[in-house]
Design a protein around this ligand. Structure first.
Ligand code: SF4
Length: 594
């Protein structure tokens, strides 16, 4: 165990962390809605579009048309109006873009346009507390700029109603307090805890990032009442209260509706026309892909893509993944998906702590061995009881391993046992007229290059999974190259490989077995290339389908008890690793299937 790191509540901002000059009024609104939402959006720069935010943006585009220049205080006479004005307050370090200002002489009323409807109370319609605060920030700024402002208006676009808000001393005081707290939260750089069982969360576009109920569940008590809280830094910490509502709500949708695209025909060219990627073979259009429907573009081999297409994909947050023709994963181009440098700082800091690397490595290796054992238990024609017992023992030893070297040895021994039994999961491949290397039976793992058909499938599958976890690392804000169990090595996405360990058997091995046992892939799909056995183009396409089917399969999360696809699960697990590294939860809940 290394020197303990400071507890969450004691952490000071990292050296060199600076704050912007002004706090935007919109962010004070977010802080009042939920301090964690504020932190995500302002400190970490994370923003996720939802149907509501897209509609809100479209409505704002109409509102934001600039009007006449704003008259200086005292200059204008009679009634006047102007739109989309940005003003700031030096005194309070606040800034606001005001949708509409209605003035009469130097007296002004800011009007804020909001998507949605007002709050219904016994006393009538009211503005929501966070909207009132945003308006009060605008009023304070207007006052500091020499205008008189006693009230503001929130215009709710869904019901097309104007709700007046008086600038009372109490509201001003509340607003300044919220702004001070928001600054302090940003200065400390420690993520506020998620709301517990709040009705706000289902309407929050960041719930798939925040995982409020999952995080609360893991911070608190298990359903069986056992203490689950362990300190990240080796010291026991006080138990936190359980969620008032008890369970974990399904806030994360089971599957993502976005799909990855694979382009595998050599010589294709990808251009862009508006929101569509146009794929051409020579001059013939062979495919059109709507950018909004994609979550990844995978280019397998010699495929050109234009700058315009890459720019559009970056802007929409769709990564472009590059592979060799044989399926070797070269790298990925992403947009500026997250500005969360603080998570990366923590990642690098913890990667230098041997005790942390060991602690996480134990969980990952034990989880992988347990998942490998489950694969054999479920799919082997005649599972060997002694092998199962030995793998169970190895998983138990892994959680007590004393060093990364010991873990690596254990993992290697467990993999040897597992792959000795792996042939028993395959139910075809007995044709005697087929050359041995193309037969779909299995006699042990070989790679670089794979020298038989099953190994060719396994290698391609692991390459695809490494790609998916690299993309996930970027989306969450990690550096995929800096790992814990996998120590950094030139050109190796070590963190992606760490996260991948428990999923190798569940995603890739399972997809390979499924593709072979259902004859999606047959011996005819392979060809010899020097010492390597590789898939023919049709075989590769069939395997991408098998892999994606597996990624789309719903599985019950053993802790949260909702069903979720493997694709979603990869992201949930990576986000939980971030929660663990930031000290929000006491233990990384490695995914182990039942
Ligand atoms: S999901 Fe809930 S806790 Fe998380 S940021 Fe949104 S409102 Fe806050």
């Amino acid at each position: 165990m290394g020197a303990p790191l400071p507890a969450e509540s004691e952490r000071e901002p990292a050296a060199g962390r600076t704050l912007p000059d002004y706090l935007p009024a919109r962010m004070v609104n977010e802080y009042v809605y939920c301090p964690r939402l504020f932190f995500y959006e302002w400190v970490e720069g994370i923003f996720v579009e939802s149907a509501d935010t897209i509609e809100g943006k479209q409505q704002h585009r109409r509102v934001d048309r600039e009007g006449a220049p704003m008259a200086a205080p005292g200059e204008a006479e009679g009634e006047w109006k102007t739109r989309s004005v940005t003003l700031s307050s030096e005194r309070h370090r606040l800034i606001a873009r005001i949708d509409l200002i209605e003035g009469e002489g130097r007296r002004v009323t800011p009007v804020d346009y909001k998507h949605g409807r007002p709050r219904e109370t016994a006393a009538g319609l009211e503005a929501w507390p966070s909207d009132r605060t945003q308006l009060a920030v605008q009023a304070l700024i207007l006052r500091e700029n020499g205008y008189e402002c006693d009230e503001g208006i929130v215009f709710y676009q869904e019901t097309r109603q104007r709700v007046r808000v008086a600038m009372t001393p109490e509201l001003v005081e509340e607003t300044l307090k919220a702004a001070r707290e928001a600054w302090e939260t940003a200065r400390r750089g420690v993520m506020p805890p998620p709301l517990a069982g709040s009705p706000k969360c289902p309407g929050c576009s960041l719930h798939p990032v925040c995982l409020p109920d999952e995080t609360n569940w893991l911070r608190g008590v298990g359903r069986d009442g056992d203490e689950r809280q362990l300190s990240l830094f080796g010291e026991p910490v006080p138990r936190k209260p359980a969620m008032s509502e008890g369970g974990v709500r399904r806030l994360v949708s089971a599957r993502t509706e976005l799909r990855p695209a694979y382009l595998d025909t050599q010589g294709l060219r990808v251009g862009r026309s508006g929101d569509v990627l146009v794929v051409k073979d020579e001059d013939k259009v062979v495919q059109e892909l709507r950018i909004h429907d994609l979550c990844q573009l995978n280019l397998m081999g010699n495929i050109q893509v234009t700058t315009q297409a890459v720019q559009a994909l970056c802007e929409e947050g769709v990564p472009v993944c590059y592979f060799s023709r044989g399926g070797w994963f070269y790298g990925v181009t992403t947009g500026l998906v997250t500005k969360n440098v603080f998570l990366r700082q923590m990642q690098f800091r913890l990667a230098a702590e041997p005790w942390f690397c060991l602690r996480l490595g134990r969980q990952l290796v034990a989880g992988k061995i347990r998942n490998q054992r489950t694969m054999i238990l479920r799919n082997h024609v005649e599972p060997d009881a002694r092998l199962l017992a030995e793998m169970k023992r190895m998983a138990e030893v892994a959680v007590r391993a004393k060093s990364l070297e010991e873990l690596l040895g254990l993992e290697g021994n467990a993999a040897r046992l597992y792959f000795e039994a792996f042939g028993g999961l395959i139910k075809t491949g007995e044709g005697t007229d087929v050359p041995k290397v193309f037969r779909l039976d299995f006699h042990g793992r070989n790679r670089r290059p794979p020298r038989d058909a099953v190994n060719a499938l396994l290698s391609l599958g692991y390459s695809l999974l490494a790609k998916d976890l690299t993309v996930t690392c970027y989306a969450v804000g990690f550096d995929p190259m800096m790992g814990f169990y996998h120590q950094p090595r030139f050109g190796r996405p070590a963190l992606a490989l760490d996260l991948m360990e428990p999923f190798r058997p569940l995603v890739v091995d399972s997809a390979v077995i499924q593709a072979i046992n259902t004859r999606m892939i047959t011996e005819k799909d392979f060809v010899q290339a020097g010492p390597a056995v590789v898939l023919k183009p049709e075989g590769r396409k069939a395997f991408y389908r098998a892999y994606e089917q597996r990624m789309d399969t719903l599985v019950t999360h053993p802790l949260f008890e909702y069903r979720v696809s493997y694709r979603r699960l990869l992201e949930i697990q990576a986000r939980l690793l971030a929660r663990y590294m930031e000290g929000e939860i006491g233990e990384y809940p490695v995914f182990v299937t039942r």
